[in-house]
Design a protein around this ligand. Sequence first.
Ligand SMILES: C[S@@+](CC[C@H](N)C(=O)[O-])C[C@H]1O[C@@H](n2cnc3c(N)ncnc32)[C@H](O)[C@@H]1O
Length: 223
Amino acid sequence: MTEADRWKQFWGKQTTPLHRFNTPFWYEKYAEEINLILKVSEYSGGAVLETGCGNGALFPYLDINKEYTGVDISESLLSIFRSKHPYANLICGDSSTYRSNERFSLIFSNGVIQYFNRQMMNRYMLTSMDMLEENGILLIANILWKNAKNGYYSGELTTRTPKSGNPSLKIIKSFIWRIIKPNDSMGHFYNPRDFFQYGVNTTVYGSLFHPYRFSVVLRKKTQ
Ligand SMILES: C[S@@+](CC[C@H](N)C(=O)[O-])C[C@H]1O[C@@H](n2cnc3c(N)ncnc32)[C@H](O)[C@@H]1O
């Protein structure tokens, strides 16, 4: 079974994006963070491609051009998106292999790249750069931060009330947990430096709501 098939099976059974908090109040907050990054990145409109758009929970709150295409591997999530926004252009498929002849001024994802292994991520980065127009931006929001992995699994860096107890013991527990359950629903962790190899202008942002996540913006400049 390929990595994409594994996640297709998992996400094919879901009806929500499984954010830490799944309420419209929080969807608006999560979207606000993306809007802030778009603003400081001087995104100025133009065609948009969303990678792993899910059920469109964030869609109504995003400051993006409605010339929009969303791709997701889960038909169950897309059918919810379609029922709420019948005019959105939605495609069911693996975003790591998706390629269009259209040119976009923004390609973005939120909480998705963790379902890409290195090979998928590399392919995704290269095809996204191809599909971007000059000066277009690739925003990858809420990437799991590899150097903060122990903090996530030990509970030190979650947004819930910090658990008391010896931090070293918690790290040992988190290692044991990961050996017992290596394929949990979190997926792959990356470091900011993994995104600096694509020869473009790259900016890194810490996450407002999840200290074990970060976002990157890559701007396409061919000259
Ligand atoms: C945590 S949810 C986030 C959904 C949405 N971006 C949001 O923020 O509400 C992760 C999404 O990634 C999608 N996904 C996982 N692997 C994918 C792949 N290879 N291609 C396209 N979508 C994928 C899942 O189906 C799911 O909708």
